[in-house]
Design a protein around this ligand. Structure first.
Ligand code: OKV
Ligand code: MN
Length: 243
């Protein structure tokens, strides 16, 4: 009996090996789990649930199979797939959770989140985030025809690649005080997030309490997950194709 947590697969048509790795992960690992949590940037981009593609259908089918077998699947938005909505979530049989969610598993209080909200030193990103999370801006974007949304999104991704190449590494990491504040606010023992692509388990002192921050790896050349069971919390890596 175990809970699996993944993030940052960045699924796209351009990276079929990652999609194959995800499908293998579902059939070989998640199928034996109690539940699956996906902490955002599951897709590399998302411009509306009406953008139906082969990839989206294939991924929805494999997640739906899990929930139909009694393995609930939960999703937290990332900075790339924040527009993923109820319609697609329903197709996957998954439940969308608030951007910060406290789990109580095997006696531990575990805060799960994507991680971009902890990167408060990147002011340009936080300004951008505030805009694209504004409900009326999202509503107008979603009313545009798909081909216009595609063109806008492509342009935004190109600009962003350039902008992030100009930023210092430290700016794109989490702010240590933001981590402490979040752990303290939820009185959590653990925090698990993705986003930074720096997989690790860090110790964090909150007041006089020892807490932990688990960071998931991005799925570039291998899979990464946290596995939580009564024994503890493990960060694992695995190949896309089983040996
Ligand atoms: C996702 C990121 C592109 C970072 C646009 C309103 C607006 C939503 C959108 C368009 C882009 C998501 C939805 C994408 C993440 C980028 C570039 C940088 C740093 C609007 C609401 F403003 F046009 F009205 N978008 N897409 N970036 O291509 O998936 O996270 S995206
Ligand atoms: Mn991210």
């Amino acid at each position: 009996m175990s809970t699996y947590i993944i993030a940052d697969l960045h699924l796209s048509e351009d990276e079929p090996a990652i999609t194959a790795g995800f499908i293998n992960f579902i059939h070989q690992q998640a199928i034996h789990a109690d539940s699956l949590y996906i902490l955002g940037d599951f897709f590399n981009y998302w411009i509306g649930d009406d953008d139906q593609t082969e990839l989206h259908q294939q991924v929805a089918d494999s997640l739906k199979m899990l929930s139909e077998r009694g393995i609930p699947c939960y999703f937290i938005h990332g900075n790339r797939d924040f527009l993923l909505g109820q319609r697609y979530a329903k197709q996957c049989g998954m439940t969308i959770l608030p951007q910060e969610t406290l789990l109580e598993l095997y006696g531990k209080r575990i805060l799960i989140l994507h991680g971009d909200t902890l990167c408060i030193d990147d002011q340009a990103y936080q300004d951008y985030r505030k805009k694209v999370h504004t409900p009326w801006i999202q509503r107008i974007f979603l009313m545009l025809p798909l081909f216009i949304r595609r063109r806008i999104a492509e342009k935004m991704r190109k600009n962003s690649q350039y902008a992030s190449s100009m930023k210092a590494e430290s700016i794109m990491d989490v702010n240590p005080q933001a981590v402490i504040n979040a752990l303290n606010h939820h009185q959590a023992d653990w925090m698990i997030h993705g986003h930074t692509h720096r997989p690790a388990i860090h110790e964090v002192t909150v007041g006089d309490k020892q807490c932990f921050r688990g960071v998931l790896g991005a799925w570039h050349h291998e899979g990464s997950a946290f596995v939580i069971d009564k024994q503890g919390i493990d960060l694992i890596f695995f190949p896309f194709q089983p040996e």
